[in-house]
Design a binder for this molecule. Structure first.
Ligand code: 3PG
Length: 403
């Protein structure tokens, strides 16, 4: 980015891909972490006199405008935080975008509506994506440039991430740069012990990352809904808890390979079991090998790791030199089932280890539970992107910039 600014951007249209995919409650942004993280690059370009066109997605609309996926709330929050004027176009590449873009003055910022309101954005067909990219690029006139600052979307081969970069002089934004630098520390010359905390609901979402961590991480602490598949793989009954029965053999294979590769999986020894999935459900702590023996019998649902396991996980985190955390330990949105997630977040703030919180859900969790970003080494803005980086996959949004 500094290279582009040194070349001079005053009066030039610079297309910036940001990740403004924030959680909403109606029209209220409930976690503005990604907006705050996107602001510095936009501000830097605005200060340098560029005419900034921001592209972003929100949610997964089906290729047509839908009110609930409008960038309006995100744009309004950005405008509140920004020391410069921010406008939102009524569409992405249509009449409104063209009109606003043409009227843009040096240093002004225009956000284009959700790029996913156009089906071509996510198309698998190169020509379709290309035609959308051409229309985005056309908004930048004849001397445009592209800055990719949407770390959270670098794993997507989408028009606004990938194809525009093949059409304009393209640069890495500072956020993408920092994220890559931090995640590199988790893949090369990692300070050990290296402890990984994995949660979230499904094992199937984490297979590739677990696969890649075996032999690299010293310890993998397992929480969240996926822990029940691990318990089932060890032969325990999990009552009505979330279970991916088809993944049991996969988990058993991991456990065997991990033992041989020097990675230990730590699965909770106690869990919080509830009568039903609700904030006010009756609940009790039971041993992880006796879930069906809870007061709720075969219909009990495990919604959090238990206090003994939370303390054991915290001790592992405190003894580590590097910690990566992805995925809540339980249903942290419900106070009664937030203890495990809170204990992990607390331990991360107390350890001397280098700590990285990855994934939209974990980032939202720590903020919802009242922690500050500054208490952690790094909170990644990337969910899927940070996992795919750790999986060692090629990330189209990064490799296209290298080219
Ligand atoms: C995210 O939330 O991880 C990014 O914004 C990417 O969103 P997506 O998974 O819908 O592509």
């Amino acid at each position: 980015l500094n290279e582009l600014i040194a070349e001079g951007v005053r009066g030039r249209y610079v297309l910036v891909r940001s990740d403004l995919n924030v959680p909403l409650d109606g029209s209220t942004v409930t976690d503005d972490g990604r907006i705050k993280a996107s602001l510095p690059v936009i501000e830097k370009l605005s200060d340098a006199g560029a005419r900034v066109l921001v592209t972003a997605h929100l949610g997964r609309p089906k290729g047509a405008p839908e009110d609930k996926y409008s960038l309006k709330p995100a744009a309004a929050r950005l405008a509140e935080l920004a020391p410069f004027k921010v406008e939102l176009a009524g569409d992405t590449v249509g009449a409104s975008a063209k009109e606003f873009a043409a009227a843009l003055q040096d240093g002004e910022v225009l956000i284009l509506e959700n790029v996913r309101f156009d089906a071509r954005e996510t198309s698998k067909d190169d020509a379709e994506r290309g035609s959308f990219a051409d229309e985005l690029v056309a908004l930048t006139g004849d001397n445009g440039a592209f800055v990719d600052d949407a770390f959270g979307a670098v794993h997507r081969k989408h028009a606004s991430v990938y194809d525009v970069a093949t059409r304009l002089p393209s640069y890495q934004g500072d956020l993408v740069h920092t994220e890559v630098e931090v995640l590199q520390k988790l893949t090369t010359d990692t300070q050990r012990p290296y402890v990984v905390v994995l949660g979230g609901s499904k094992v199937s979402d984490k297979l590739a990352v677990i696969d890649n961590l075996i032999g690299k991480a010293d310890t993998i602490l397992v929480g969240g809904g996926m822990l029940f598949t691990f318990l089932a793989a060890a032969g325990h009954k999990v009552a009505g808890s979330l279970l991916e029965a088809d993944q049991i053999p996969v988990v058993q294979d991991y456990l065997e390979r991990a033992a041989a590769a020097g990675t230990s999986f730590v699965v909770p020894t106690d869990v919080v079991v509830a009568s039903r999935f609700a904030a006010d459900a009756d609940h009790e702590v039971v041993s992880a090998d006796a879930i069906e023996g809870s007061a709720f019998g075969a219909s009990g649902i495990g919604l959090d790791i238990g206090p003994v396991s939370a303390a054991a996980f915290a001790a592992q985190i405190k003894g580590a030199k590097t910690v990566f955390w992805n995925g809540p330990m339980g249903v942290f949105e419900f106070e009664a089932f937030s203890g495990g997630t809170r204990a992990i977040a607390q331990a991360l703030t107390e350890t001397a280890a280098f700590t990285v919180v990855g994934g939209g859900d974990s980032a939202a969790a720590v903020r919802t539970l009242g922690f500050e970003d500054s208490q952690f080494g790094h909170i990644s803005t990337g969910g899927g992107a940070s996992l795919e980086y750790l999986e060692g996959k090629d990330l189209p949004g990064l490799s296209v910039l290298d080219r």
